[in-house]
Design a protein around this ligand. Structure first.
Ligand code: DP6
Length: 359
């Protein structure tokens, strides 16, 4: 680990203040998957994602100078006090307190909402941790007004990563890249960067329609899944494969070669689930309807010559990815051929977005 870089993220102590702020941060869908990590949330391979637009978390934080005792906070989700979410947040605050030492001088009330249904199986930790981290950085910028914009977002992503790895990629859009790699020297394992300039216009309005196949509780959490990569017989080859796939994908993101894009994105999705199926213990998160939908996507792509493809996150839902120009055609295909394989025929229409914003 680069301790020189880490020191840059340690802020000074200051006098506590009354402060209220709220930020909205999007969910993201990985094209190159993060699956396997070291201590302090350092990924075993670089990952790349589309930042989404409509699937967001909104978080409001009220800071008050601490009256007495040790650091504490209340957490509300969808207007209800949720003490059961506190342990995860306590771990987060423990991990970040040395970087924002001023936090211990405050009491916090945190209120969070999601735009998407809580039980939809869409990971909310990325958008939730990113929006909370941006609220924290908002106060830090209030303390240190000379802070520049790029440091603000870099440190927000750095803090978010310590809450949930993929949250590092939920700060900036339209495409976020997290983790060191051979192709881009500006990348870091500590935070994600934005791939704005090197992006073909076709990807700036790319569509992600999320087919909600199963909203059930996961048999194995992402954290546990990452852990199982430590003893996984294929781990080192998988990390190499992901890095190579990223090297191949970066020029494609620039050229806009959709056929080449599809080959890498689908390979990554299936490789992620192959790791799950070959862990000890092994587990399966996809459902029969996931496979049915994938087969239908392939048939539709062949017969209609429309470049749709899929990706999967750590669950059974299918993210259907395609260029904006095919939206009408694809939505009618979903209506006639796919939605009956979704739980309650539900799906969410989303697209690539610009990243987090202050409310
Ligand atoms: C399959 O970011 O949820 O979505 O760092 O333990 O919080 P933690 O894991 P998390 O893992 C995401 C896994 C994934 C792939 C990805 O988003 O890259």
């Amino acid at each position: 680990m680069d301790y020189m870089n880490l020191n840059a993220f340690i802020s000074k102590k200051t006098t506590p203040v009354d402060y209220l702020t709220s930020w909205e941060a999007p969910s993201n869908i990985a094209l190159i998957k993060y699956w396997g990590k070291q201590d302090s949330q350092i990924p075993k391979n670089p990952s790349l994602s589309f930042t989404l637009s409509s699937s967001v978390s909104k978080t409001e934080v009220s800071f008050k100078p601490k009256k007495s005792g040790k650091f504490d906070f209340d957490f509300y989700f969808e207007k209800k006090l949720k003490p059961e979410f506190k342990p995860k947040l306590q771990i987060f605050f423990k991990r970040i307190e040395s970087y924002i030492p001023w936090i211990k001088e405050h009491d916090l009330i945190i209120k969070s909402h999601n735009s998407f249904p809580h039980s939809s199986g869409i990971a909310s930790s990325a958008s939730a941790m990113a929006s909370l981290s941006l609220c924290l950085m908002d106060l830090e910028r209030h303390f240190f007004p000379s802070m520049n914009k790029s440091f603000f977002y870099q440190k927000a992503s750095f803090l978010a990563r310590l809450g949930s790895g993929s949250a590092a990629r939920s700060v900036l859009g339209p495409v976020a890249l997290w983790g060191e790699n051979r192709t881009l020297e500006t990348c870091s394992n500590l935070y994600a960067i934005n791939l704005g300039e090197d992006l073909n216009p076709v990807f700036k309005s790319y569509q992600d329609t999320i087919l909600l196949v199963d909203r059930g509780i996961k048999v194995i959490s992402s954290s546990k899944g990452h852990d199982l990569m430590h003893e996984h017989p294929f781990a080192s080859n998988r990390f190499l494969q992901a890095s190579n796939n990223l090297d191949s994908l970066l020029p494609i993101m620039k050229s806009g070669d959709i056929d080449a894009f599809i080959k890498i994105v689908e390979l990554e999705a299936l490789s992620l689930h192959a790791m799950m199926m070959t862990s000890t213990p092994y587990f399966i998160l996809i459902k029969p309807n996931t496979l049915e939908i994938i087969q239908r996507i392939w048939d539709f792509r062949m017969s209609q010559k429309i470049p749709i493809c899929f990706t999967l996150d750590a669950g059974a839902n299918v993210h259907l990815l395609y260029p904006l120009e095919y939206k009408r055609h694809v939505l009618s295909f979903i209506d006639t051929d796919l939605k009956s394989f979704c739980e309650n025929e539900q799906y969410l229409i989303d697209q690539v977005g610009q990243g987090a914003r202050k409310l």
